[in-house]
Ligand binder design. Structure first.
Ligand code: NAP
Length: 343
């Protein structure tokens, strides 16, 4: 049976893949974007609309205006709420740029859903940022792995404000979900998302990171930082499983592989030997000098540098997520950027 799905932030890196997979399955999608006239941001969605003219409708909506989601919500049975600002550097006003839109947006979309009784499930894109703030938090994890029982308790508006925005937004989502009985909430907590983009946009933090890895930004050495990486296609599929599997419930960490920046660089260097990809890490002492220029504060370096960690992804695998090999994610991503002339 085909269903109607509302995908908020449809033009984003992750959401574009969700829309693409839903359309391929024959489903109908209402996608919200900030501006229908910004063809640069939405041209890949307009291409999908040409391919699936009866199955994709785009609407304008802004996270800070609850009413702007009303039209898009009409007739939908499921919401995938992905829209939320995602950037971690060059933040001037954390409240206005990150916390307000993340929190208000979640509140607006989830409370408006209560006015549409046919809506039975809402999937919210959270993040592992709602689970931990810094690598050092691994020392309070059971089995040396982050899992879904944990919450980020140390970010705030001044320190790691993106992480704070995601923590507040997911907590708010659970609070609203528990105050009603009409719809069920499932949250997806991706790690750092990489893999090919369906658009040529470069304003996503995920895309910037891959650009930096292969365009020489770290040629003198990579910071010794660890990540939980996941393929964007796996994240999109996890959202769809969360939306469609009856038994889906609660939080799902969505991370395929724990890896350092240098570990990613090694894989990329083997495949692109002529590119200025880092061969070593920058010593911590040197990073104290250049870190602030690269967007890393001393506090961040102290709590993260050189600390290895991992994630328990058992629940997502039980739900049906099959993770791409890390090599495929990284190479597919780099090849897409090269093909699209973005590095
Ligand atoms: P992205 O490409 O930057 O997508 C962010 C989306 O949010 C865009 O569609 C953007 O709209 C929308 N948005 C931002 N502010 C908005 C506002 N005020 N009103 C309406 N829409 C607004 O990044 P992404 O990686 O796909 O992120 C999608 C979600 O995944 C976010 O919730 C993010 O926190 C979460 N996440 C991402 C990662 C990752 O590594 N990429 C990891 C964990 C969780 P425009 O298209 O108009 O800019």
């Amino acid at each position: 049976m085909t269903e109607k799905y509302l995908v908020t932030g449809a033009s984003g890196y992750i959401a574009s893949w969700i829309v693409n997979f839903l359309l391929r399955q024959g489903q109908t999608v209402h996608g919200t974007v900030r501006s229908l006239s910004d063809t640069k941001k939405i041209s890949h969605l307009l291409d999908l609309k040409k391919k699936y003219p009866d199955h994709l409708t785009l609407f304008e909506a802004d996270l800070l205006r609850k009413e702007s989601f009303r039209k898009a919500m009409e007739g939908c049975t499921t919401i995938l709420h992905t829209a939320s600002p995602f950037f971690i550097t060059r933040i001037k006003d954390p409240q206005k740029e990150l916390i307000g839109p993340a929190l208000e947006g979640t509140r607006n979309v989830l409370t408006l859903a209560g006015e549409f009784p046919q809506i039975k499930r809402i999937v919210v894109t959270s993040s592992v940022a709602a689970i931990y703030s810094d690598a050092v938090d691994i020392y309070r994890a059971k089995k040396n792995m982050f899992d879904e029982t944990m919450w980020n308790t140390t970010s705030n508006a001044q320190y790691n404000p993106y992480q704070y925005s995601k923590t507040l937004a997911e907590k708010e989502a659970w609070k609203i979900a528990e105050s009603q009985q009409q719809w069920e909430l499932v949250t997806i907590a991706p790690g750092f998302v990489m893999g090919p983009s369906l658009s040529k946009r470069v304003d996503s933090t995920s895309i910037n990171t891959m650009q930096s890895l292969i365009n020489g930004k770290y040629r003198t050495g990579a910071p010794d930082l660890w990540f939980g990486v996941v393929d964007v296609r796996d994240v999109a599929k996890a959202h769809i499983l969360a939306a469609t599997q009856q038994e889906a419930a609660g939080r799902y960490i969505c991370v395929g592989h724990g890896v350092s920046i240098l570990g990613m660089a090694r894989i990329l260097r083997d495949h692109f030997p002529k590119r200025p990809i880092p061969r070593s890490t920058i010593p911590k002492i040197l990073l104290y000098l250049v870190g602030p220029l690269m967007g890393f504060s001393w506090k961040f370096l102290n709590l993260n540098y050189g600390i290895e960690y991992n994630f328990d992804n058992t629940r997502s695998i039980k739900l049906g997520v099959k993770y791409h090999a890390l090599k495929d994610t990284l190479i597919d991503h780099a090849e897409q950027l090269i093909r699209d002339g973005l590095v």
